[in-house]
Design a protein around this ligand. Structure first.
Ligand code: MTE
Ligand code: MO
Length: 372
């Protein structure tokens, strides 16, 4: 069993698959804290978790022509200026289970918890690339990352981001060795992972082994044949993965974590809680909540830390405390967020349905009963 050496996990996690291990925190734990505690941070593994020795670990960085290749130990990485930022990581498949309700899709049945937030610390990727002699010359180039996790044929997890993002100090791409002040847990990439603020989880390569600059995107399955969006009319017989760009920045997203779907609440007052986030550093400027399925709306109170303009890498938590309209037996609670480009969430799932079940960001609904 290649998974026999996987780490022990927190019992509160809701498991979507054991081998490889995929799990999300239950909604009410997800927004209990602005920073997600490491043990309940959602986990998305495609392969067995490698068991890496920090003393012999080396990160291989392929040098630029005329530059030099680097073989960096952890101590070498610690010598680069340490940079720490709060970043929300979201899987492209977050909320996929809602797409399944429209029509079957291929993928793990994530609910609303394939998203979490941590303080990440490490070396800036731009500093490490500069030391290997890389400059932003070829603007069309890509930085390819390879993990040290691999399948039985030896194929490793891999992904890439544009060189322009990697070399931009303002984009704050990290080679992270700390998560919430601790060494990375094994499930989250020990000893080093990539953190690409504002970008889909799939590019945050864990157990990082190799970094190279290439004229094209990573050739990995997960860059070229997965994590792409298509029209609802495209099926597995007609799909052409080369025709769509890889997902990088994610669209605006929000979900309700309390109350829970199917719950019975007391009449009087209800507190609605949730999260909201947008990709590309776009800030959340408003979250609208409806108790009547979207006929009327009230703005929720945004909580958690404020966001920096153009660098809103982390989510906002939000809540709304409101009287339950008298005489109501049921509530259809809805939320939707707006980002600072005035991007909004689509109202229904069907028009954004896609065969892989990615980018599921329609208005989130929770139905509750009210005790008289
Ligand atoms: N990196 C490696 N090496 N192997 C993986 O399977 N999964 C990716 C990404 N990096 C993956 C990886 C995907 S799809 C996501 S959503 C994030 O890691 C999840 O990060 P987490 O498990 O720390 O939440
Ligand atoms: Mo993912």
């Amino acid at each position: 069993d290649p998974y026999a050496d996987d780490p022990v996990r927190h019992p509160a996690l809701q498991v979507n698959s054991q081998r490889p291990f995929n799990a999300e925190p239950p909604p009410e734990l997800l927004t209990e804290n602005y920073i997600t505690p490491n043990p309940i941070f959602f986990t998305r593994n495609h392969l067995p978790v490698p068991n890496l020795d920090p003393d012999t670990y080396r990160l291989h960085v392929v040098g630029a022509p005329g530059g030099q290749s680097l073989s960096l130990s952890l101590d070498d990485l610690y010598k680069f200026p340490k940079h720490e930022i709060t970043v929300t990581l979201q899987c492209a498949g977050n909320r996929r289970s809602e797409m399944t309700q429209v029509k079957e899709v291929k993928g793990l049945e994530w609910k609303i918890g394939a998203i979490s937030t941590a303080r990440w610390a490490g070396a800036r990727l731009c500093d490490v690339l500069a030391q290997a002699g890389h400059q932003l010359r070829e603007t069309e180039a890509h930085v390819c990352f390879e993990g040290l996790d691999s399948d039985p044929t030896g194929t490793a997890y891999g992904a890439s981001i544009p060189l322009a993002r990697a070399m931009d100090p303002e984009a704050e791409v990290l080679l992270a060795y700390e998560m919430n002040g601790q060494p990375l847990p094994r499930d989250h990439g020990f000893p080093v992972r990539v953190v690409v603020p504002g970008v889909v989880g799939a590019r945050h390569v864990k157990w990082l082994g190799r970094v190279s600059v290439e004229p094209e995107e990573s050739c990995s399955h997960w860059q070229r044949r997965d994590y792409k969006g298509f029209s609802p009319s495209v099926d597995w017989d007609t799909v052409d993965f080369d025709s769509a760009p890889s997902i990088q920045e994610l669209p605006v997203q929000s979900a309700i974590t309390e109350p829970r779907d199917g719950e019975t609440i007391e009449s009087g007052e209800v507190t609605v809680k949730g999260y909201a986030w947008s990709g590309g550093g776009r800030a959340v400027i408003r979250v609208d909540v409806s108790l009547d399925g979207g006929l009327t709306w009230q703005a929720a109170e945004l909580c958690g830390e404020g966001q920096r303009p153009r660098k809103a890498w982390a989510w906002r938590l939000w809540q709304l405390q409101v009287p339950v309209p008298p005489g109501q037996k049921e509530l259809n609670i809805v939320c939707k967020a707006v980002d600072d480009s005035y991007n909004v969430q689509p109202d229904t799932v069907a028009p954004i349905w896609n065969l892989r079940g990615v980018l599921s960001n329609a208005w989130h609904h929770v139905h509750v009963r009210v005790t008289p």
